[in-house]
Design a protein around this ligand. Sequence first.
Ligand SMILES: Cc1cc2nc3c(=O)[nH]c(=O)nc-3n(C[C@H](O)[C@H](O)[C@H](O)COP(=O)(O)OP(=O)(O)OC[C@H]3O[C@@H](n4cnc5c(N)ncnc54)[C@H](O)[C@@H]3O)c2cc1C
Length: 314
Amino acid sequence: MSGILVIAEHLRGQVRPVTLELVSVAKELGDETAVAVIANDPASLADQVDVDGVAEIVSVKVDQDEFENDVYREAVEQLISARSPEVVLVGFTVNSMGFAPALAAKLGLGFASDVFGLRRDGEDLVASRAFYGSKVNAEIGFPGHERVLLMVRPTAWPPAEGAGSAVEAQLEVTISGSQARHKDFQEAATGDVDITTADFLLSVGRGVGDKENLGQFEDLAERMGATLSVSRPLVDQGWMPNSRQVGQSGKTVKPKVYLALGISGAVQHLAGMKTSGTIIAVNTDPEAAIFNVAHYGAVADLFEVAEELDKLYA
Ligand SMILES: Cc1cc2nc3c(=O)[nH]c(=O)nc-3n(C[C@H](O)[C@H](O)[C@H](O)COP(=O)(O)OP(=O)(O)OC[C@H]3O[C@@H](n4cnc5c(N)ncnc54)[C@H](O)[C@@H]3O)c2cc1C
């Protein structure tokens, strides 16, 4: 039993960024890494996962174009049986939640979800993950388990880069299940944006006070070339759609710049943005927890700061 098996995640012909982040995890562990692409046309996705650090790309052809829980559960089980990896890596994503814990339980694998750190202690793997709504972190060992399946938190590692020279292999699998099938995809409401891919987020919290004040920050964000995101109370009050929410129960983001205005920095919010490149926080409370993760901070009224930014970006 040796090596690392990464399960690629893809959607409508595009490999999801978390896949290349999993390759970075594998590189850090330093073992031979294979990436499995389970798809109707896996060859069409192979180029996207052929990055530095990948020794082998295993194409697994299935009938379905898109992710299905039962297809992945059966295909990954057969991959594990055929290749005997020591570590299986999947993203801590909605897709993987649909099959990975069930598979780990069925095969009796060592298992951890939401992993954001990994190290070896001698021969043993030790994973870090958060508990109690990110109030406490813990290290987890896997005593008595030769094989582990880890669900890795998106954005916790940088994506692997650089051209690879992986060899290609195929695995034939038999899929018998048919629990659920996608009928079609519907585009999200027009005007909605994907805050997870933005380089610059202007994020506002309850400090903005009133729904009527939000328009000012939407305008400012547009002029600054930023995307507007929010903390949860603004979504709970129906001021913004939940696609804009950053945090534990919202989106995990990692922009180059995260400008937080009037956000206190509750652990549930920090869980979604603390790995951002540069964090700038504005808050009237010098004790606000957001300052613990901010690279730059101003104890100031957010409306006064917005006024100055308005002049700069007029
Ligand atoms: C299970 C669970 C999941 C959760 N998930 C999320 C999540 O995904 N995302 C999330 O954001 N929260 C989440 N929360 C809620 C979280 O605990 C906090 O309540 C929330 O993040 C607080 O939002 P806030 O910082 O905007 O508001 P507050 O905590 O009310 O902070 C407002 C801040 O604005 C400052 N302020 C006020 N006026 C001004 C001004 N004029 N100028 C400058 N600063 C000003 C205040 O000093 C204060 O620090 C979750 C909670 C639970 C229990």
